[in-house]
Ligand binder design. Structure first.
Ligand SMILES: Nc1ncnc2c1ncn2[C@@H]1O[C@H](COP(=O)(O)OP(=O)(O)O)[C@@H](O)[C@H]1O
Ligand SMILES: [Mg+2]
Length: 260
């Protein structure tokens, strides 16, 4: 255990926590009233834990993932990853931290259209200045892992939505992230590829001691997680312990109770 000073509060933090979020609030300014996307969100995720986040469209899931990924700043509250307060980092420190410690799968993929699949996957390592030989063989291995070994030289626009999504997952794994943040990573996949991705995320946690935070609409996908956090109108409505794969209907029923 050790102490953290966060804002004016002193908080105990266990080193085993990969991620801690304290009293997070996010308002988006708009022309009329500002939109409050997150309200008092407090949660922690242990190292080596697989957490799913469920919630209706507009409940704040992507906003939460973007804030945790250091891509946007909270209006209030704090985010501590591996004991480091994101709010205390400079922009440069945050960018490096994100590149070296986090992997992010965006809901809209954010692939670069002018690069081929293998170049897209390799990009995070190239930006980090790593040698191209090992980078390219690793990028090809990751493409194999997501069943895209045959598509390495195609550009994203020549690929289906599901293929682009798997490409985005491969890219997020390129720098061996300690924490993977994935926004609806199977939203565009058929059930065979969807299950393969949930299995892959689950193996990253069980066999490689990674920490995964994945947003999903799918109760079946959520059953791969250790714990499901449910958001409603920007607040945490409750948690579900899925109790293992195959309990999708239990997750769906408990989810409906929490959000209705
Ligand atoms: N950049 C933005 N500007 C204004 N409002 C936003 C912005 N991003 C998200 N919102 C609003 O914040 C709320 C939460 O959005 P989001 O986090 O994308 O939800 P989810 O991912 O759960 O569908 C929604 O009401 C959305 O319209
Ligand atoms: Mg979203």
């Amino acid at each position: 255990m050790r102490w953290h000073r966060i804002g004016k509060r002193l908080t105990i933090s266990r080193m085993s926590h990969a991620l801690e979020v304290f009293d997070l609030q996010k308002d988006f300014p708009t022309t009329g009233e500002s939109v409050r996307a997150l309200v008092s969100v407090t949660l922690s995720v242990s190292a080596g834990e697989f957490v799913a986040i469920m919630g209706a469209s507009g409940s704040g899931k992507s906003t939460l993932l973007h804030l945790i990924g250091g891509l946007d700043r909270p209006t209030a509250g704090a985010i501590v990853i591996e004991g480091r307060d994101l709010g205390q980092m400079t922009d440069r420190e945050r960018t490096l931290f994100r590149r070296r410690r986090l992997g992010i799968v965006f809901q809209q993929y954010n692939l670069l259209p002018t690069l081929t699949a293998v170049e897209n996957v390799a990009l995070p390592a190239m930006v980090d200045g790593r040698g191209s030989q090992t980078v390219s063989s690793k990028a090809n291995e990751l493409l194999e892992l997501v069943d895209l070994g045959h598509r390495g030289h195609h550009r994203p626009q020549a690929m289906s939505g599901g293929e682009q999504q798997r490409l985005a997952i491969a890219r997020a794994l390129m720098n061996d992230p300690v924490i993977l943040l994935a926004d609806e990573p199977t939203g565009n996949l058929d059930s065979r590829h969807g299950q393969a991705i949930w299995g892959l995320l689950s193996r990253l946690v069980r066999e490689n001691q990674r920490t995964v935070l994945a947003v999903t609409h799918e109760p079946g996908g959520a059953t791969y997680a250790d714990r499901v956090i449910v958001l409603k109108d920007g607040r945490i409505a409750g948690e579900i312990m899925p109790g293992g794969e195959g309990h999708a209907s239990l997750v769906a029923a408990r989810y409906a109770e929490l959000v209705d």
